[in-house]
Design a protein around this ligand. Structure first.
Ligand SMILES: C=CC1=C(C)c2cc3[nH]c(cc4nc(cc5[nH]c(cc1n2)c(C)c5CCC(=O)O)C(CCC(=O)O)=C4C)c(C)c3C=C
Ligand code: FE2
Ligand code: FE2
Length: 369
């Protein structure tokens, strides 16, 4: 007999609230080799992230990657660590708080907003549990990835549905797939670039650098590559840039097989040699600043560019908790919740009353409730 997570009796009588689950990738809980190893073990064991036959991958992961990479990555995390911990976590916490406040201002009843990470803490399981405890029976899941990829958004979907399918009474679920071409997102990005350039002056060229993926995934039908291209094209058009003024590149390559191209570091080396001078880099695949933007782009690639003969590499921050980002995400969530009734307190009282009556009837018939 399968066992399913029981719904506590009080939930039958409680209002059916709507709630929000925001999800991002995850990050180690300390910039130490041990913590990074724990995090990488969980992350790189996800079959959607690494599509290599399991037995072979187990050998590579345990025999090589988890022996060498954690110390190197921990050193990189140390350079960007803050008083509040990992930048990715703190920016996502600020986004979640901003969205909760915005939604509370737009609705007559507060909507619980929980933040979760696919790998590390706070886990998706713990966030779903907190929503459950707040009587949430309608959930909107928003993975904080503007562009869909099986490795990120697909993995969130798999985890959420596996966890919820273990329940006796599954909640209603709406799952946001991507927002790579949403007007509010494109406008916020374009404005953030305009603001930066108004403050600091414009570099000679604008590089849109996205996290890479194995090229094989594109050939197998992952829409990520096309969605990155479209985001960049729409932002360039909003900024009225000429085609000669911007380029798309892919960063953060892991392993030896070909990843999406052109590679950001190769573009930078070439531009350095060609005397491009000062350039601006923006990373619109990251909703929040993290290791890949603050260390890889802002430190490592800036050095690489200068060493190749380039000028300054000026990194334009992610949208993080900017007002226009919070406003856009909140509107996306409200639109997705459209049609879900906000249970009023009168509804709740009726439900509780009906529930009590059916329990009494069931007891009289000798059934357990
Ligand atoms: C090995 C394969 C990887 C794939 C495929 C991949 C896809 C992918 N990742 C992000 C977003 C982030 N990745 C981050 C870190 C990171 N990514 C990989 C590997 C793959 N990513 C590794 C090994 C790491 C860890 C750091 C390191 O050791 O270099 C992060 C930052 C996390 C942080 O703590 O700050 C993000 C965010 C996307 C969007 C994506 C596919 C589209
Ligand atoms: Fe990654
Ligand atoms: Fe494409």
């Amino acid at each position: 007999m399968p066992r399913y997570l029981a719904t506590p009796a009080y939930a039958h009588g409680a209002p059916h609230r709507s709630g929000v689950l925001l999800v991002n990738l995850g990050t180690p809980d300390a910039p130490t080799t041990a913590a990074v190893r724990r995090y990488l073990r969980q992350f790189l064991s996800d079959p959607r992230v690494v599509e290599v036959p399991r037995a072979l991958w187990w050998l590579i992961l345990n025999g090589y990657i988890l022996r060498t990479r954690p110390a190197k990555s921990a050193a990189a995390y140390k350079k960007i660590w803050t008083d509040r911990g990992s930048p990715l976590l703190l920016h996502c916490q600020d986004i979640a708080a901003g969205v909760a406040e915005k939604l509370a201002g737009s609705l007559s009843q507060s909507v619980p907003v929980e933040l979760a990470m696919s790998y590390g803490e706070p886990s998706i399981a713990s966030a779903l549990k907190r929503l459950h405890e707040q009587h949430v029976r309608r959930i909107v899941v928003l993975p904080l990835y503007p562009q869909y990829s099986n490795t990120t958004t697909g993995s969130v979907f798999a985890d959420v549905s596996t966890l919820l399918s273990g329940r006796r009474w599954v909640p209603e679920l709406r799952f946001i797939n991507h927002y790579h071409d949403a007007t509010g997102y494109i406008t916020a990005l374009a404005d953030s670039i305009r603001d930066y350039r108004a403050r600091e002056g414009a570099g000679r060229h604008l590089l849109f650098s996205f996290h890479g993926l194995p090229q094989r995934m594109l050939l197998d039908g992952d829409p990520y590559h096309c969605q990155c291209q479209k985001t960049a094209r729409l932002v360039a058009s909003a900024l009225e840039l000429d085609d000669s003024e911007w380029t798309v590149g892919f960063q953060s390559r892991v392993g030896r097989e070909p990843w999406l191209q052109p590679y950001t570091d190769e573009l930078l080396r070439r531009w350095g040699k060609d005397g491009y001078g000062d350039i601006d880099v923006v990373c619109p695949g990251f909703s929040a600043d993290c290791l890949e933007t603050l260390e890889e782009i802002s430190l490592q690639n800036a050095e690489l560019y200068a060493a190749a003969g380039g000028g300054q590499l000026r990194y334009i921050p992610a949208l993080n908790a900017r007002d226009d980002h919070i406003a856009f995400l909140s509107e996306l969530l409200l639109n997705t919740m459209g049609g879900w009734p906000e249970a009023s307190s009168a509804d709740a009282a009726t439900l509780a009353n009906d529930h009590e009556k059916s329990r009494t009837r069931a007891r009289a018939m000798g059934a357990k409730t």
